[in-house]
Design a protein around this ligand. Structure first.
Ligand SMILES: Cc1cc2nc3c(=O)[nH]c(=O)nc-3n(C[C@H](O)[C@H](O)[C@H](O)COP(=O)(O)O)c2cc1C
Length: 400
């Protein structure tokens, strides 16, 4: 089998330079990439750059190399088309089937998965015309990544920024592996919590835990690649925002609860992968707690934090909402997991054993997913995204 063939469409946005980094990642990871820029895109980055980086000819019009019928062949032969950045204009053309240059012709002839990574000013993104075009493209099966929030052209900030190339690359890799037809979470809103809460003792100290947030981020990325609208509630992770995911940063268990309850109100599924502190200091010292000569330190009194998983399981915001919990156990893993599942009242509980290479901070995980229906789904040691895939498979089955 040859290298997977990717068409990288680049349209005329200021973020076109970021597509160079995406192109590099795609080629270096063994893909055969053909760049098809629009004429406007060449005002930002010239054809020489695209041609040199891809090692292939570059044209914007259907009138070059006509004997090879590029307006049809490029799309027909592609395994994936990704348009990054996608302008408001290219989204409109794609939604309405216009074909006035090589990229729009390619979009009409492609029968492979198509990913759009829009980037534009907030007003353009929020305009009903753009929103309707995005909805049309999604309905037809295209993956349209939500733009990130941040600095836009000039001094403006807001929603409309192109997600980081590394994140767009991850979306492409996942869509290539599964196919856009596997967008089995399209039209769904899912909430994922990730990371570990920090419970402050004084302005410089906190009680925390070792959760890195990587498993929650893998869940968020995977759900986005499968078409879901994803709200990721991140506690102290320091990880880059996954492409196409709305990220809400929180610090403590109480803040995490508030954010989860709000986001869960219209969610089809809530996956609680964050490590939420069971207890917090009963008293927060306004000033740094000092050593006192000749005195032992005071014991730290703790109070219970709210049990968010039990709360959202008992009081579902929507009928049929699927709730998934996580449990890290050190011994008697399955028995403790089964007891926790019953105590919490969730639909699925991902139980993993805390060990040397597993769980906290690592790229890999191994788990058993217990179902309230008595099911047990073992997930062998492997990347956290494989476990994420299994969790969403089980969620999709319950949503259906
Ligand atoms: C400096 C500059 C920056 C622009 N940035 C964007 C952008 O980020 N997103 C967008 O949708 N349009 C942007 N535009 C407008 C597009 O270039 C314009 O709509 C063009 O017709 C798009 O053509 P294309 O979709 O064929 O590439 C920008 C224009 C200029 C002059």
């Amino acid at each position: 089998m040859g290298k997977p063939k990717i068409v990288l469409g680049v349209s005329g946005g200021i973020a076109a330079y970021k597509a160079c980094e995406l192109l590099r990642r795609l080629t270096e990871s063994g893909h055969d990439v053909r760049v098809v820029p629009t004429a406007s895109a060449l005002h930002f980055i010239g054809a020489a750059t695209w041609s040199a980086l891809s090692g292939k000819p570059v044209s914007t019009e259907v009138w070059d190399d006509v004997h090879e019928v590029p307006h049809v062949r490029i799309g027909q032969n592609a395994d994936l088309v990704v348009v990054a950045p996608a302008t408001a204009d290219i989204l409109a053309k794609a939604a309405h089937g216009l074909a006035d240059d090589l990229l729009t012709n390619t979009l009409l002839t492609a029968r492979c998965p198509v990913v759009f990574a829009p980037a534009m000013h907030t007003e353009m993104w929020e305009h009903p015309a753009t929103q309707e075009n995005v909805a049309t493209l999604r309905r037809r099966g295209a993956v349209v990544i939500e733009p990130a929030v941040g600095r836009l052209t000039g001094v403006d900030t807001g929603k409309g920024r192109l997600p980081e190339p590394a994140e767009i690359f991850e979306v492409c890799r996942r869509v290539l592996a599964r196919g856009a037809s596997e967008a089995d979470l399209a039209g769904r809103h899912v909430v994922v919590s990730a990371g570990g809460t920090r419970e402050p003792l004084d302005p410089v100290r906190f009680l925390g835990n070792r959760s890195s947030g990587k498993q929650g981020y893998a869940l968020a990325r995977t759900a986005a690649a499968r078409g879901a609208r994803v709200t990721l509630i991140a506690a102290n992770t320091g990880l880059p925002d996954p492409a196409g995911v709305d990220v809400i940063q929180v610090g403590t268990a109480v803040q995490l609860r508030e954010a989860v309850l709000k986001a869960a109100a219209d969610a089809d599924a809530v996956v609680m992968a964050a490590a939420v502190a069971d207890f917090r200091p009963a008293r927060y010292a306004q000033g740094k707690i000092k050593k006192k000569d000749g005195q032992e330190p005071e014991a730290i009194a703790l109070v219970r934090n709210p049990d968010i998983l039990a709360e959202i399981s008992a009081d579902r915001a929507r009928p049929g909402q699927v709730v998934v919990g996580f449990a890290a156990e050190t011994d008697d893993v399955l028995a403790n997991g089964r007891a926790k599942l019953e105590r919490k009242g969730c639909d699925l509980l991902v139980v993993n054993e805390v060990g040397e290479r597993k769980t906290f901070g690592s790229e890999e995980n191994e788990a058993v997913v217990l179902g309230a229906d008595g099911s047990e789904t073992p997930v062998p040691y492997g990347p956290k995204e494989a476990l994420a895939g299994t969790v969403w498979d089980l969620v999709v089955r319950r949503l259906a």
